[in-house]
Design a protein. Structure first.
Length: 398
């Protein structure tokens, strides 16, 4: 009886090679799985399934992971206003982790002997997949043909052609990875330290011409409605906002980052809905949270984003930070108003019953209602007391 291997499958060149190599050269029963995080249409998923069976897999499984992706990862990125290097909403790195988790769970379900992915030896994904597999399915062998055999694109094409595989081998000018939390775009302009992607390279073209204001409604930190239209799940609200904001060309940028294995790289991305949501959510938090809530959130969220990027989603400290982030969202409820224009957006303001900027307690820079001038004189003296003592002692000892 042949051994069973679960293969993370996208239908592209690398994973198509893996099906043939693992099944025909190594003799495994290949069980392919694709984890959809919001980047594939129903028609595309059907085509990928048909391609997998044509290649010779024993079973093919499609996992709709959009909602679990949000529930297990994205909502915490929103709670923390997480932007890697103050720029990147972790579109691909977060996506790979939920894919790895679902693949490992599928391997457990099938009681597989081995698991495989199509990563090369050059990037972050190999570490993310390997590490999660080592932790979740420690007794399952990990096979990575593309990395282990150091295959070139040309060698893969020649191999598949000799196996009689008929598929589109043409390489697109730009490498695109689309998901619920943004789309990455790599091309010749991102291979060097200078260069911006041309207009035609962006997957979502700018078609909106008229300015528009949108109202985002948050409940305990989660986006629940857009322009008064409510959604059963926040992932649906994100997708709806993307359909509006994407046409304005907002959320485009180039991310310069440090890979897990220690090299720097550049990648383009477009993330209209994520960037609008993060900035709107942060604006609401600035009104409803205290300064020390904001301060500690920033510190913990920066660590959370970096550790997530490096694949450490299963570290128990991540659950601890998630608990803090979620608890801090109790009053993050209200409406945020955002003005959209081609290539830019601006947060106009918020309305919330938890707004701490209440006129009942005074107006900044104007009249106060909660204290007197004498109160401030005494407070200022006490608040600076230790620093005053330090300066006095050091002045005596000069």
């Amino acid at each position: 009886m042949a051994k069973k291997i679960v293969l993370g499958f996208s239908g592209g060149l690398d994973t198509s090679y893996c099906v043939k190599y693992l099944g025909e050269d190594l003799g495994y029963d290949v069980h392919s799985i694709i984890v959809n995080t919001g980047g594939f249409s129903e028609e595309e998923l059907k085509q990928i399934e048909a391609h997998a069976y044509k290649l010779g897999v024993k079973t093919h499984t499609t996992i709709d992971a959009v909602k679990s992706y949000y529930d297990r990862i994205i909502r915490f990125l929103i709670y923390g206003n997480v932007l890697k290097n103050n720029t990147y909403p972790l579109s691909v790195s977060a996506e790979r982790l939920i894919q790895a988790l679902h693949i490992a769970e599928h391997a457990q379900k099938l009681n597989a002997d081995a698991v495989a992915h199509g990563s090369t030896g050059a990037g972050n994904d190999q570490v993310r997949f390997d590490m999660i597999f080592h932790i979740m399915i420690p007794n399952v062998e990990i096979l990575t043909p593309i990395r282990d055999l150091k295959l070139s694109r040309e060698a893969e094409i020649e191999y598949l052609t000799n196996k009689g595989v008929d598929m589109n081998f043409s390489k697109a000018m730009y490498s695109i990875n689309k998901g619920l939390w943004g789309t990455s775009v790599g091309g010749k302009e991102t291979l060097n330290s200078k260069g911006m992607l041309p207009e035609e390279a962006w997957p979502t073209q700018v078609t909106a011409k008229e300015d528009r204001e949108v109202k985002l409604t948050f409940e305990k930190g989660e986006l629940k409605a857009v322009d008064g239209k409510s959604f059963a799940h926040p992932a649906e609200a994100i997708q709806y906002l993307q359909s509006i904001a994407g046409a304005y060309g907002v959320g485009r940028d180039i991310h310069v980052g440090d890979t897990i294995i220690g090299i720097k790289g550049r990648v383009g991305f477009e993330a209209a809905a994520p960037m609008v949501i993060l900035k709107a959510h942060h604006a609401l938090e600035k009104h409803v949270l205290t300064k020390w809530q904001l301060n500690w959130k920033d510190q913990l969220a920066q660590f959370y984003g970096n550790w997530l990027h490096e694949g450490q989603i299963l570290d128990p400290v991540m659950r601890d930070i998630e608990a803090f982030l979620q608890n801090a969202q109790q009053n993050v409820t209200g409406d945020v108003f955002v003005h959209l224009q081609p290539y830019r957006f601006q947060v106009i303001g918020i309305e919330s019953k938890f707004d701490l900027m209440s006129s009942k307690f005074g107006k900044y820079g104007e009249m106060n209602n909660g204290w007197s001038g004498d109160d401030v004189r005494g407070f200022s003296k006490i608040f600076g007391n230790q620093t005053a003592i330090w300066n006095a002692v050091n002045e005596e000892n000069k």
